[in-house]
Design a protein around this ligand. Sequence first.
Ligand code: MEV
Length: 442
Amino acid sequence: MGKSISGFSKLSKSKKIDWIVNSYFSNAEDAKRILKQYWNDDLKLQQLHDEFIENTISNYYLPLGVAPNFLINDRHYTIPMAIEESSVVAAASKAAKFWLDRGGFKTKVISTTKIGQVHFMYYGDFEILNAFFQNVKSKLIKDTQGITKNMEARGGGIIDIELRNKTQDIKGYHQLHASFETLDAMGANFINSCLEQFAKTFKAEAEHYDGFSSLDHPIEIVMSILSNYVPDCLVRAEVSCPVEILSEDPSVSGIDFADTFIQAVRIAEVEPYRAVTHNKGIMNGIDAVVLATGNDFRAVEAGVHAYASKDGQYRSLTHAKVENGIFTFWMEIPLALGTVGGLTGLHPLVKLSLELLHKPNAKELMQVVAVAGLAQNFAALRSLTTTGIQQGHMKMHLMNILNQFKANDSEKMALTTHFKNHTVTHSAVVEALQNLRLTIEK
Ligand code: MEV
């Protein structure tokens, strides 16, 4: 079992499926049935999804949930979240409600600059290279005019190009380090197209630049690509309230709650093992909204984690303090997002999610996404430092097991009541369900 094939991409969808199920599955018919079960009956919609990527054989669903009651800069939001992990949407909703009653979230976009680089090799004198760069810089920009015209008309475009000497790291290594404003587009295509044009012009001009006459091919381009590290595309989200209204549990004072909460944040600020999990919880919220709004969550993940290690150690992205009786919890993160282009105009659920969010521009979306991350972290830390997280998780775990065994509504209700006072384990749930079914049969 298991084969290789040439010309696979040229086969029709049904031939691709035939080949896969016959080559890799013990029960070919069953595999085919599952793949087809996830097709959309609406052929146009199915074709749209087929064409997002290559070699599509089915659709892979994730649940789309919503977290209502977010108040962000005095505006109400219900946030769409596409995620497979139980408890995340519930946690976001709880945090939203908690802060709704305490003034809501405050956010601010700090900067929106994105970066791209042409990486190249040059083995001559840096002063000559620099003179050449200064000479050719305006032509680099001019030659991209076909690409930048529309973006410039809307107020964006190339901000600057710098020449960087990286020979201390690798012999001969230099960069054109360019910065861009891409407005409401994530900007990957725009930036990459500009960079490839810079590279072309840069190399071509170098071939007949007098200063390089002693070198055969003075510039060797290695690659041209945007950076997903965007420390200057930054958003801040914050919540604050008087410390005495922070605890919802009458047996715990606000200041005690805050103290433990702040200790938990401090631990994540100094301890990488904890910081990674802490930030993973933040990304539960961020990725879910990034995905629901058709953005590139891998790019966001890479950029955010790099930012978390910007001073050489991986640290918590969130911070907390009490000052003058006010508890403040905040986060600054880099987010390169788009609300035009890419999937945003194509995927019907992405369009719907954006409409649900009041059709945001990229800056507004950055703020919503940051809030989802901060809310998620607040909810996680609140659970971890009070009840522990298993309590909430176990409710969802119970439901997942009941669904796995196709429990009907009345069985679900009976067992949810039963497990309020019993520990949820896989075997305990299966046993309780079997007992219930036996009792009903009798
Ligand atoms: C689980 O997906 C996320 C948490 O582990 C985050 C955290 O520990 O802060 C609960």
